[in-house]
Design a protein around this ligand. Structure first.
Ligand SMILES: Cc1cc2nc3c(=O)[nH]c(=O)nc-3n(C[C@H](O)[C@H](O)[C@H](O)COP(=O)(O)O)c2cc1C
Length: 191
């Protein structure tokens, strides 16, 4: 881990904007702790005009921590993000991500449509890379209160059939708590 200009990478893929909305809230949580959040995405056939730049290998290697976000696609992460991780063999061989903290977030159209399964499966490549997976502790009251997204495995949103539900207060709070926790941990580990 580098000590120069520490930053947290918020790496997302989003087709209709819900995961991007979560990424922005997580970034707010990170930046509330005085740590820079770099929001980045990955390429696919549909997002040449993406809201944020594509992640570079240099950013992957030099970040202090990663928050990884994907839509739920049949209970697992979207193919462009999976393809991205399959392009990181050299970083796995080099151990570039070992001991960096990480967390995951997702959006699904339905409440029980596989968001927890997506979060857990998104964790797998991060664990293979030797990262330190972080969730949301139940000291966050919104985990008890939420009637939409938000899980101990990571932040989430229920977007509805037409992907037009706004983030709820609970979902936003859980995003910020997760971002804060990631930034605080990254800072402690870089001391
Ligand atoms: C191919 C495909 C598979 C999907 N699979 C699921 C699913 O298993 N469960 C679910 O609740 N929603 C599923 N969805 C809906 C998306 O997860 C949902 O619309 C999500 O909020 C999209 O995020 P985005 O707005 O960031 O693109 C699927 C969407 C697509 C296109």
């Amino acid at each position: 881990m580098t000590n120069s200009s520490p930053f947290v990478l918020v790496l997302y893929y989003s087709r209709h904007g819900s995961v991007l909305n979560l990424a922005k809230q997580i970034a707010k949580g990170i930046e509330s702790q005085g740590v820079e959040a770099k929001i980045r995405t990955v390429s696919d056939d549909h997002n040449e005009d993406a809201d944020y730049p594509y992640v570079t290998e240099q950013e992957l290697v030099s970040c202090s921590a990663i928050a990884l976000g994907s839509p739920c696609r049949f209970g697992t992460m979207a193919a462009p993000l999976k393809a991205f991780w399959e392009s990181t063999s050299i970083n796995w061989l080099n151990g570039d991500l070992i001991d960096k903290p990480a967390c995951v977030f997702t959006s699904s159209s339905s409440l029980h449509g596989g968001n927890e399964a997506t979060l857990l499966s998104m964790s797998l490549p991060l664990l293979h890379h030797g990262m330190l997976l972080m969730g949301v502790p139940y000291s966050e009251p919104e985990l008890h209160n939420t009637t939409s997204g938000g899980t101990p495995y990571g932040a989430s949103h229920v977007s509805g059939l037409n992907s037009n539900n706004e983030l709820t207060k609970s979902e936003i709070t859980i995003c910020k708590t997760l971002g804060q926790r990631l930034a605080i941990t990254a800072k402690k580990l870089s001391q």
